[in-house]
Design a protein around this ligand. Structure first.
Ligand SMILES: NC(=O)c1ccc[n+]([C@@H]2O[C@H](COP(=O)([O-])OP(=O)(O)OC[C@H]3O[C@@H](n4cnc5c(N)ncnc54)[C@H](O)[C@@H]3O)[C@@H](O)[C@H]2O)c1
Length: 455
């Protein structure tokens, strides 16, 4: 990419350098792309997010779209209408992988195809941007990680929010000890509308002629063509990963990034299907409680993740991280740090046992208290509030892609959300479903990224 175009692009994005961009790469490969070369991408799965991902990727002027694969003819036609007749389109993603003019693929299919296509793409020598959750089954995670490591290719998972400077700022504050030792966090992603509850529009021409239904099913149980299942696949466990795989995974990725954590050890979910009883087989209200162990990076803390798709009350989606010296509250590019430190002296009186003592005992108590707690130990520091707002016009999605492409150009595998980071969020998110359906506590090894049997 030409230097001037690149500078302009960075200015347009109004970015503060994401933290990961200044971190050392853990692997440098000898397959650098010449900075003058365009990175040629293909999108596999040109549905809703396929469009958003492609647009965000193309904000980098050093990137060009050459091919699109999708199983619904209407989306291939739409892609040609949007990107030109020269675009190669196919229903068979393997034809995209065979093409020499494709450097990187964006995997934006329903969840049940992520792992398979990622493995095929890496084997075909492509760089991979894979939507979240990185895999549909916990058992696929380490297989993809292994294949990625062996391939030497760059792979980024798509929880783009961590590329926003609000996430970087929260991470910096936690690392600086601004809220003391974290002990609790809560994060939610509620909705109250039909489309938000995944009931996306179904095109009137949907039929076995316009949709490659057999391929869509993949390893899922065989069944006759069903347009609702194809266009609203999130509602079914055969193809999607429920609210945990769709939404908790974003919250988990952010939590892990901000607290520099590898993940929880204990996961428990509870909830139900209360409102959207439209044939779906996944809950519309889910709360998962997780225990994060003490590590060199942080103290032990509890995390509560929630999704309520039928929240007709006030919706205030945010993440609150609480420590013993304050809290960080953030969401939608805004962040508030509130610092609050306890006085050293515990105080007495008021709603306390002091007044229940006989007078002489009270006098003796006060004498001892005064001797133990001089004046300067009795006042708490004044509460301090610090606000942060992401730069106007900042586009975390484009920055996430920029991080992916920059690492391809450098020949590095060290993206901000490489497959290990991706699976450290996807594994516990998928475990939330396992906990919900089996009604049991799931034990997870966040270092080895494996389910653990309780001793
Ligand atoms: N990062 C984010 O913020 C974000 C937001 C929305 C969706 N997503 C993720 O993006 C993915 C797609 O979601 P969506 O809402 O765009 O779904 P969608 O149903 O709108 O689009 C999925 C497309 O994938 C195609 N597809 C499925 N299997 C395929 C295969 N084997 N080969 C080629 N094409 C195939 C389908 O034809 C469909 O058009 C999901 O994994 C979802 O979790 C991420």
């Amino acid at each position: 990419m030409k230097k001037i175009a690149r500078r302009k692009f960075l200015e347009q994005m109004a970015i503060a350098t994401p933290i990961a961009a200044i971190q050392p790469f853990h692997l440098i490969k000898s397959m650098k792309t010449s900075p003058a070369d365009k990175i040629r991408i293909a999108t596999i799965g040109m549905g809703i997010q396929g469009h958003y991902d492609t647009r965000s990727a193309l904000k980098d002027p050093g990137v060009e779209l050459v091919a699109v694969a999708d199983l619904y003819q209407g989306r291939l036609d739409r892609a040609k209408a949007d990107y030109g007749n020269q675009l190669f389109v196919t229903r068979d993603y393997r034809e995209v992988l065979q093409r020499k003019d494709v450097d990187a693929v964006l995997i934006v299919t329903s969840d049940h195809w992520h792992g398979r296509i990622a493995l095929d793409a890496l084997a075909a020598g492509k760089h991979v941007y894979c939507e979240k959750p990185m895999v549909k089954q916990i058992s696929e995670g380490l297989v993809v990680i292994e294949a990625w490591k062996k391939s030497g290719k760059t792979m980024q998972v798509g929880s783009q929010r961590i590329s926003g400077s609000d996430a970087a700022e929260a991470r910096r504050m936690i690392a600086a000890g601004d809220i003391g030792a974290i002990n609790y966090m809560e994060s939610n992603s509620d909705r109250f509308n039909s489309i938000g509850a995944w009931n996306y529009s179904i095109p009137p021409d949907a039929s076995p002629a316009t949709v490659d239904w057999d391929t869509f099913l993949g390893n899922a149980p065989k069944r006759p063509f069903d347009a609702t299942r194809f266009f609203r696949w999130r509602n079914y466990r055969d193809y999607g990963t429920g609210v945990a795989g769709d939404l908790f995974v974003h919250l988990l990725t952010s939590t892990h990034y901000i607290t520099n954590s590898m993940g929880p050890t204990r996961i428990y979910s509870s909830g139900g299907l209360y409102h959207w009883k439209d044939g779906r087989d996944v809950p519309d209200v889910l709360v998962s409680v997780m225990d994060y162990p003490q590590t060199a990076q942080h103290g032990a803390f509890q995390a509560v993740y929630r999704v309520n798709f039928a929240n007709a009350g006030s919706i205030n989606n945010s993440t609150r991280i609480i420590g013993d010296e304050g809290e960080i509250l953030f969401g939608n590019g805004r962040l508030t740090l509130t610092k609050k430190k306890l006085a050293q002296a515990p105080g007495y009186g008021g709603y306390d046992s002091f007044f229940t003592f006989p007078e002489e005992t009270q006098k003796e108590f006060v004498k001892q208290y005064d001797a133990k707690y001089p004046e300067d130990t009795r006042k708490a520091e004044p509460v301090k509030e610090i606000k942060y707002e992401s730069p106007k016009g900042e586009d975390a999605h484009a920055l996430h892609f920029l991080n992916f492409f920059d690492n391809i150009r450098k020949g590095s595998q060290g993206t901000i959300e490489d497959p290990e980071v991706g699976f450290r969020a996807a594994g516990p998110a998928l475990a939330c479903n396992e906990s919900y359906f089996a009604q049991k506590v799931i034990h997870w090894d966040p270092v080895a990224m494996k389910l653990k049997k309780k001793k």
